[in-house]
Ligand binder design. Structure first.
Ligand SMILES: [Zn+2]
Length: 471
């Protein structure tokens, strides 16, 4: 039975390759596909939920599994999904047009526009030609599109599916391009919609409202909203780290979790029969990796994992929904090293991460605002470990930019040093403070999930979405 199924999947894949020969024409090939695909109907995809743990290096999977077991007494949903015989597993080749190491803009453009572009650009070719994003194609076909993220909603990963700009930082333009193209937008970044902050002083909130979008800015309002187009923005910039929200009743009351945003989105899209594409991003795993902050990173990864669990539960009785879980690139490649003789200290060192109660971002902001503070006391209270005198001296020098020796250029900044010193206590090391070239994990489940097995080129994602949803 299993073999028969595999044979038919392979035959189907070969057939799809043949009809795609001669240039993309994913859309041209699609009409042929719809007419003559011998497997059409049995594997029908009505919706795709594309989930991204931004900047998640492969080693994060193992550490998140151990961390989840430690603090929640159960493993992660992603781990179980990989172990599910019905799922497809693969690796994503993530390079951009101009580098082995991609940024999120080029990575998402490959997924959402089908072409590799230079880092920093969103859906613009290296020669300066705009590429139509998948959301515009789907909109022309009457499909529904949703973008959910813990970054600003106009950040690179959601934007790659629905916008084209020559500079990823042009979030003002991205906010305009979503209007009437994206049906559901949930995350942070009110600054890019606010007339008082935008450089052109346009009131985009008003324009979205006039176009029929429900506007929400509070968790309660999101949880009670049920249908229609929606723009939900819950913070001026990125949504604060989960590790910091856990210390603030006010933030917990105001800001929905990623799982709650995912639930609001999936519930909406499962109603009715319209085909849909929903992108859900745990964005701040990447930010925590840039800051070499293992506690913030693992809490964000568990937040993302809760969203996976929510999506799988809600779609359990919807066999026409394909779910893909992946990352756009690695970042700083954190990993638990062998600590002590025969590595006997590694497990106990790792357990110290659970004692950390503040993100490095928040802690370093406080330090930079008031450099006279007692760094040792601050780290003891927030991160639960004792800095050595020489470590305090090195951090003080780094904060005042008077460091005598840089052992590693990437790590020669306060966050790099703090990450290394924390690593002396947790056992977690980092290769740097930037993205890496490693392939990322891909796991998919649902109809046609076999398209995501083996080595997946990032631009293949676009082709699969176009073939499955544009017919
Ligand atoms: Zn990044």
């Amino acid at each position: 039975m299993q073999n028969e199924k595999n044979t038919s999947k392979i035959a189907r894949r070969d057939w799809l390759k043949k009809v795609s020969l001669g240039g993309l024409s994913a859309l041209g090939a699609q009409s042929l596909h719809a007419q003559s695909d011998p497997f059409a109907g049995s594997d029908k995809v009505r919706g795709i939920i594309f989930m991204v743990s931004d900047g998640m290096s492969p080693g994060v999977l193992t550490m998140a599994q151990a961390f989840s077991q430690q603090i929640r007494g159960k493993g992660t949903r992603w781990w179980d999904l990989i172990n599910d015989q019905k799922s497809a597993r693969g690796l994503m080749d993530t390079a951009s047009a101009n580098s082995m190491v991609t940024d999120s803009a080029a990575a998402s453009s490959a997924w959402g526009g089908g072409q590799r572009v230079n880092n920093g650009m969103i859906n613009y070719t290296p020669s300066g030609k705009a590429i139509m994003p998948i959301a515009a194609m789907l909109q022309n076909k009457g499909r529904r599109i949703g973008l959910v993220t813990t970054a600003t909603v106009t950040h690179a990963t959601p934007a790659g599916f629905a916008a084209a700009v020559t500079d990823r930082n042009d979030e003002d333009s991205i906010a305009e391009q979503y209007l009437n193209r994206v049906d559901l937008i949930l995350g942070g970044g009110s600054a890019f919609f606010d007339a008082k902050i935008r450089s052109d002083q346009k009131n985009l909130f008003e324009e979205y409202q006039k176009a029929g979008y429900q506007l929400v800015s509070q968790r309660d309002a999101l949880l009670s909203s049920r249908e229609g187009k929606i723009l939900g923005i819950f913070s001026p910039s990125h949504i604060p780290y989960s590790i910091d929200r856990q210390q603030s009743a006010e933030l917990q009351q105001k800001i929905p979790t990623l799982a709650e945003m995912a639930k609001a989105a999936v519930t909406r899209f499962l109603e009715g029969s319209a085909p849909f594409l929903l992108q859900i991003e745990g964005a701040r795993i990447d930010h925590a990796a840039h800051l070499n902050d293992i506690a913030a990173l693992l809490h964000e990864q568990l937040e993302f994992d809760d969203a996976i669990a929510q999506v799988l539960a809600l779609t359990a009785n919807h066999p026409d929904v394909l779910i893909v879980v992946t990352s756009d690139h690695g970042n700083s490649n954190p990993g638990l090293n062998g600590m002590g003789a025969s590595y006997k200290n590694s497990s106990t060192f790792f357990q110290r991460i659970a004692k950390m109660k503040e993100s490095h971002e928040s802690l370093l902001e406080r330090l930079q605002k008031n450099p006279q503070q007692d760094i040792g006391a601050l780290v003891r209270k927030s991160l639960g470990f004792e800095l050595e005198a020489k470590e305090i001296l090195a951090l003080t020098e780094m904060l005042s930019k008077s460091t005598a020796i840089e052992w590693n250029h990437q790590l020669a900044k306060p966050e790099g040093l703090l990450g290394q010193f924390a690593g002396n206590h947790t056992g977690v090391g980092w290769t740097g403070t930037t993205h890496t070239s490693d392939p990322t994990l891909v796991t998919a489940i649902g109809p046609q999930c076999e398209r995501f097995s083996g080595m997946v080129i990032n631009t293949d994602v676009f082709r699969h979405i176009a073939e499955l949803l544009c017919s």
